[in-house]
Write a protein that binds this ligand. Structure first.
Ligand code: NAG
Ligand code: NAG
Ligand code: NAG
Ligand code: NAG
Ligand code: NAG
Length: 377
């Protein structure tokens, strides 16, 4: 056999392979933010015995939206399983076996991945080629994180209750105002567990304040339910996932709750009835513990005061500010105040306790109190 004969045979073989399609290049890795791909030869009929795999790969909080505006494959009406020619779409790598759909016949379809990868497998048998399919995809930002300022609400891991994406990072900042702290509950958490309990893989972290202050209240993973209260007007929730196992994620609910009272140890300061200058709530009970430096006494005055009062009720039985001479509210009562005017009250020692209580009716606008240290007289 001379060299020309060899060449001729090779070319003939290539030709044959080409018309039968098995060696036509098809499939590949697609990692641009958007693109298109087609069955081999599209829009002409696809070859016999094709086997093509496309792997579409995004990163971060981006999922993949995949459209099939045109699918025209062999279909036999007794073959719901698309045994002959088929386009199969997998959420993730094919090896995970999460088949979203196996298509044949005429269809138009749209799919969203739940994670950073989507795999498309096209196979044809040795008979009846049709036109095939055309497909386009794009990466879509998955909504995650944000600022929450409504008095109550809920939020979820991306894609909840379906699987959250890998390599996600979402930050929610919940912000209240005034005397309101933030109560946060997780009725459902289902994240990749960590047997060391450090939540090294996927986690939800809750911070008291901005995350940068690093006042971590808790870090959750695995399955659990949990409850947190902020001590301030801000609570931060950070969700992060690694590149493996993803589960259904979490659901969180929060609400603002009215609180009042505090410990005051500065030489001068001020405090307010809850919600001031708006009406204080019914059934409030707030305690301020005031301590001066050294042996100084404490002088309490009210730049503004308007607390429920009846002129026949000198005992302030309804709503009242009770001032005690010492560190607890059963020390000697210095004054019980209601109505809208009062004189300054002085402690005899370096500690004073102020208790504000309201009943279940007629809230007023409350008070603004000043405290000042003074040398013992
Ligand atoms: C894909 O199919 C649709 C529907 O038939 C058609 O409108 C569109 O032009 C096709 N795209 C390409 C690139 O052929
Ligand atoms: C499927 O689509 C092809 C090409 O658009 C068309 O010729 C054919 O009639 C369609 N078949 C059915 C069953 O709708
Ligand atoms: C895919 O996700 C996008 C963006 O979140 C959404 O607009 C669209 O309705 C989703 N499509 C499907 C089929 O779920
Ligand atoms: C949060 O505060 C509320 C209202 O004061 C209380 O009922 C609840 O037990 C607190 N939860 C935690 C975890 O401290
Ligand atoms: C103070 O309270 C009395 C009795 O409730 C009321 O008549 C009066 O108008 C109030 N004064 C002010 C300045 O609110």
């Amino acid at each position: 056999m001379d060299i020309r004969t060899v060449a001729f045979i090779l070319c003939t073989l290539l030709e044959i392979t080409n018309t039968h399609g098995a060696a036509l290049p098809c499939g590949g890795v697609l990692n641009e933010p958007k693109g298109e791909f087609f069955s081999p030869n599209y829009p002409d009929p696809y070859p016999h015995d094709a086997h093509c795999t496309w792997s579409i790969q995004s990163t971060g909080n981006r999922i993949i939206e995949l459209r099939f505006p045109f699918v025209n494959l062999e279909y036999v009406n007794w073959d719901a399983d698309c045994r002959f020619d088929a386009v199969s779409v997998y959420d993730g790598p094919m090896s995970d076996g999460r088949l979203l759909s196996r298509m044949c016949g005429n269809q138009t379809r749209v799919f969203n991945s739940t994670r950073n990868e989507l795999t498309v497998l096209f196979t044809s048998d040795s008979t009846f080629p049709y036109k095939g399919f055309n497909a386009s995809y794009s990466f879509v930002d998955m909504k995650c994180g944000g600022e929450l300022t409504e008095p109550k609400g809920e939020f979820f891991s991306p894609n909840y209750p379906k699987q959250y994406p890998s390599k996600a990072k979402c930050t929610w900042s919940i912000k209240s105002t005034g005397n309101r702290i933030i109560a946060l509950t997780f009725p459902e958490v289902n994240l990749e567990p960590d047997w060391l309990k450090d939540c090294r893989f996927d986690s939800v972290s809750v911070y008291d304040g901005p995350a940068s202050d690093d006042r971590l209240l808790g870090r959750l993973c695995g399955t659990q339910n949990c409850h947190f209260n902020s001590t301030r007007n801000e609570l931060t929730v950070v969700f992060s996932s690694d590149s493996s196992t993803t589960l259904s994620g979490f659901k969180a609910e929060y609400s603002f709750i009215e609180t009042c009272g505090s410990v005051l140890e500065e030489p001068k300061g001020e405090f307010f009835s809850p919600n001031y200058p708006e009406s204080y709530p019914n059934k409030a009970s707030c305690t301020w513990s005031i301590k001066s430096t050294g042996d100084h006494i404490i002088v309490l005055s009210f730049p503004y005061i308007h607390v429920e009062y009846r002129n026949w009720d000198a005992d302030c039985r309804f709503d009242a500010i009770s001032v005690y001479d010492g560190p607890v509210s059963d020390d000697r009562l210095l004054s019980r105040i209601c109505g809208n005017k009062t004189l300054p009250v002085k402690s005899t020692k370096n500690e004073m306790t102020v208790l504000f209580t309201s009943d279940s009716t007629l809230p007023y606008s409350g008070f603004h109190a000043n405290i000042l240290e003074s040398a013992p007289s």
